[in-house]
Design a protein around this ligand. Structure first.
Ligand code: NDP
Length: 484
């Protein structure tokens, strides 16, 4: 098979196989063909991976930050050199067009390795002077063995967004990709070894939810970082709480994007396209509730339809194609089901709405107008290319409606009124906000959600706090006073 890796798992610096685990067939979403067969981790494989991460951790943490950082930065260089090959694998794993994977996956993973590699040498504690010459110093310490569990939409990026800050702080990791997209995390593990990483610091094991669950409850594990849906987040958070483990939860969303009638309409349409149809809509932070002020609603919808008609749907390996298939037949059927609900509940279909016939899991980019707040398509995360356009009249009204959701991942506003833009952003109940753009996630900026969309932040200097903890050392310069 064309994309068959050497083995299913990567443990202690080597590929490892155990064919007694349940088979995982990797399907190319553009054709439905099986491109690799892997096996879910057996309890023995889980054990090997955790032992390997545990055994490697203290020596890795004892290296200087400069040395750890050098490994990560070398890995970033290797990833960039191999961007095309890695992007081809990512496209086959996810179905995302090569045009996208060339710029958004291994490159974004390399950014994380480079950024956290650069920070590693400057991770320090502080000195706190006290009365009488006493003082406290703090030591920033690694947490230990961290578990990363990924979703299927950005497999390389997720493997690196979790791995890079964990390793920079001196932790080791066992990473479990989604079984839908198991290929690229193995590449990341291999590249780290090539970059000079000690064996065992980054291990990858495959598996379904049960494998993830067994990692989360293991007493050797100090921290769990999950990218996934809210229902899975709830389960993983609860399981981690039992062992009082640290968690980062990057979960789903139903984010609002507000377009005021003074906005640059071309930019607002571009933002709505990026925030709904990039990666065929399979992006957690998508602005799927697009509130358009009544004065420009018709112009907005007309221009949106014109631009969508120029989307090139087709073979994701053709670099001209900018709209690929859904990751799986199941995900396509979920999105098509929501389209039926939208129609049944009275939303007006203004663009798309159909499956694209053929072997692959293709569907059209879809826009509903006249959507109301209580409709299912306006409340539930679809994770597909389905945009809901809602009307509004006033600023006060739209902000309240934008926040009327259990989610709080992202939110955006398009307006040319400077003070209004900042007022709106101040009122958004969301972790990641945008003014006059949408969905950019540079590694330098914190990324994550409020409310049900998650706990903690990925990327930026903040991620360091989620992968390390402070030890406080009180130093007395005086005699000890005791009452008797
Ligand atoms: P899931 O929540 O279904 O799965 C996420 C991962 O968790 C998978 O690897 C899954 O394994 C694993 N898993 C499932 N059950 C358990 C369990 N009980 N214990 C431990 N691990 C478990 O999400 P999807 O893969 O379907 O991804 C889509 C979701 O991810 C969307 O809701 C989306 O919003 C969210 N997402 C959030 C992002 C963010 O940064 N906020 C970014 C990207 C996506 P398996 O697949 O084998 O079941």
């Amino acid at each position: 098979m064309k994309f068959q890796p050497k083995a299913s798992h990567f443990i202690n610096g080597e590929y490892v196989e155990d064919t007694s685990g349940a088979p995982i067939d990797v399907i190319y979403p553009a054709t439905g063909e099986v491109i690799a067969r892997l096996h879910s981790a057996t309890p023995e494989i889980v054990e090997q991976a955790l032992n390997s991460a545990k055994a490697a951790q203290s020596a890795w943490a004892a290296m200087s930050g400069t040395e750890r950082g050098r490994v990560l930065r070398r890995a970033a260089d290797i990833m960039r050199d191999r961007n095309r090959d890695l992007s081809i694998i990512e496209t086959h794993d996810t179905g995302k067009p090569l045009q996208e994977t060339l710029v958004a996956d291994a490159t974004s993973g390399a950014d994380a390795l480079e950024y956290f590699g650069g920070l590693a040498a400057s991770l320090t504690g502080e000195h706190i002077p006290l009365a009488g010459g006493d003082f406290v110093y703090t030591i920033r310490e690694a947490l230990g063995v961290c578990v990363g569990i990924g979703a299927w939409n950005y497999p390389t990026q997720i493997a690196c967004w979790k791995g890079a800050p964990a390793l920079a702080c001196g932790n080791t990791m066992v990473f479990k990709p989604s079984e839908t997209t198991p290929l690229s995390a193995l590449q990341v593990a291999e590249i780290l070894i090539e970059a000079g990483a000690p064996k065992g610091i980054y291990n990858v094991i495959q598996g379904y939810g049960d494998v993830g669950a067994s990692l989360v409850t293991d007493p050797r594990v100090a921290k769990v970082s999950l990218t996934g849906s809210v229902p899975t987040g709830r389960k993983v958070y609860a399981a981690a709480a039992d062992g009082m483990k640290h968690v980062t939860m990057e979960l789903g969303g139903k984010s609002p994007m507000i377009v005021f009638d003074d906005a640059d309409i071309e930019n607002a349409v571009s933002g709505a396209i990026l925030g709904n149809f990039y990666s065929s809509g399979q992006v957690c932070s998508n602005g799927t509730r697009v509130f358009v002020q009544k004065g420009i609603k018709d112009a907005f919808l007309a221009r949106l339809s014109e631009r969508l008609a120029t989307a090139k749907i087709g073979d994701p390996m053709d670099e001209e194609v900018n709209f690929g298939p859904m990751v799986s037949e199941n995900q396509m059927n979920i999105a098509l089901g929501y389209i039926e609900k939208g129609k049944a509940e009275g939303a007006r279909l203004v663009y798309g709405g159909e499956r694209v016939e053929g072997d692959g899991f293709y569907m059209q980019p879809t826009v509903f107008a006249d959507v109301t707040d209580e409709m299912t398509i306006a409340r539930e995360e679809i994770f597909g290319p389905v945009m809901s356009v809602l009307d509004f009249e006033t600023e006060e009204e739209v902000l309240a409606r934008a926040n009327e959701t259990e989610f709080g991942l992202a939110a955006g506003v398009f307006t040319n009124d400077l003070t209004r833009a900042h007022r709106i952003v101040a009122g958004f109940e969301a972790g990641t906000c945008y003014i006059n753009t949408y969905n950019l996630a540079p590694v330098e900026a914190p990324f994550g959600g409020s409310k049900m969309s998650g706990v903690g932040r990925e990327n930026s200097k903040l991620a360091i706090n989620h992968f390390s903890e402070m030890k406080t050392v009180y130093v007395s310069m005086n005699d000890v006073e005791a009452p008797y």
